[in-house]
Design a binder for this molecule. Structure first.
Ligand code: ATP
Ligand code: MN
Ligand code: MN
Length: 351
């Protein structure tokens, strides 16, 4: 779970060229533009990441002119997201600023105040989510427990992890901005999932079920399962017309795979095995951007995330996803995986 609001220490303060009244401070792996002198290195602050939706309380009222978002309701009129002040990536005097800092005295009595403590709930902060476009389909149940949900951690919170992985070889893929898709065989049964739900595979309106049918995924998963001797799931991004403004200008909805999973052993295939399996199934992987030996900090990886999409040279890419090429000991599920989001993409699309 992302800690949207937490207690952090200011690591550094640096001037911004041609700006007298403001400067940038470093919190975790983020740069935040603040009033000059407002915070000093060593200060403890409440830091709220981008995508924080701050409640309409007196402390945050000053954000109203630039950040107010009305409540969002579903078709039945139920509130799915409260109103509040949304924190997003901005650019001030040429400097990208991500997140916002407050003094500790905004914390209610009894809130945790130790380094890295999660104060999201204590402050009533929720997560702003972009409105979803495209019909993922009718749900048949919650996301199955025998599969991991797709997710990628932001590089800005992984400074300490990066330090441990220096010298390790990583593969890079393009992060695509579509909608998450999972298809699996488990105990002989085929299923399709969206990011958070198991879908009804008889729903004719579901774009995700439609993709699975058009690609004959059930057959392909059965065939590769038989060849490998275990049951297989694939996870990928569905992109194309009707999904996230079709940023890649595709003519048809398609799937780009980023995970191949051994359902029987609850284990991801490593990079080379996964690519081989994708090819064998006749599917397409997410764009492969090559490998690098990690000798990079957060800022260098964010710089690497900038660029246009392999799928559409006219579109900024959303970012990159990095994974060690081979297993390294202390990983989650034998695997570390994280994203660096292209700031230019956020500035352009993250309305
Ligand atoms: P956050 O947790 O930062 O608030 P989020 O969980 O809503 O964001 P994303 O920023 O979309 O999600 O990042 C994770 C998602 O990225 C995955 O669920 C997956 O669907 C998608 N994705 C797209 N391209 C790739 C790729 N190349 N490798 C892995 N995942 C990818
Ligand atoms: Mn996430
Ligand atoms: Mn996404």
């Amino acid at each position: 779970m992302r800690k949207l609001a937490s207690i952090q220490t200011v690591n550094a303060a640096e001037p911004i060229p041609n700006a007298d009244a403001i400067e940038k401070i470093r919190v975790l792996g983020w740069w935040v533009v603040v009033k000059k002198g407002e915070f000093k290195p060593g200060d403890r602050v409440v830091y709220c990441e981008i995508d924080s939706l701050l409640p309409e309380t007196a402390d945050f009222e000053f954000l109203r002119p630039n950040c107010f978002k009305p409540a969002r309701t579903d078709a039945a009129g139920a509130v799915v997201l409260p109103s509040g002040f949304r924190i997003k990536t901005i650019k001030l005097r040429g400097q990208v600023s991500q997140g916002i800092c407050f003094p500790l005295d905004i914390l209610p009595a009894g809130a945790p105040a130790t380094e890295d403590a999660d104060v999201t709930e204590a402050l009533g902060v929720s997560k702003w989510e972009p409105p979803q476009t495209g019909a993922s389909g009718r749900a048949r149940g919650s996301f199955p427990g025998f599969l991991p949900k797709t997710d990628e951690t932001r590089v800005q919170v992984l400074e300490k992890v990066l330090a441990r992985y220096q010298g390790v070889e990583f593969c890079l893929t393009e992060k695509l901005d579509g909608t998450s898709f999972t298809a699996f065989i488990r105990e002989g049964e085929f299923g399709v999932c969206s990011r958070n739900m198991l879908l009804d595979t008889t729903d004719p309106m579901s774009a995700l079920v439609g993709v699975a049918k058009r690609l004959n995924l059930e057959e392909r998963l059965r065939a590769i399962g038989a060849a490998r001797g275990f049951e297989v799931a694939v996870q990928g991004e569905v992109i194309g017309p009707g999904v996230q403004q079709n940023k890649y200008a595709l003519k048809e909805v398609g799937l780009r795979v980023f995970n191949v999973f051994d359902v029987s052993a609850y284990r991801f295939l490593d990079h080379a095995d996964a690519l081989a399996a994708v090819a064998e199934m006749g599917l397409e992987a997410v764009p492969q951007l090559g490998t690098l030996v990690l000798g990079h900090g957060v800022d260098e990886l964010v710089a690497l995330s900038e660029g246009t999409s392999v799928l559409n040279a006219k579109a900024q890419r959303e970012g990159i996803v990095l994974r060690p090429l081979r297993e390294v000991d202390d990983d989650y599920l034998g695997r570390l995986s994280f994203k660096a989001i292209n700031p230019k993409f956020l500035l352009k699309y993250d309305e």
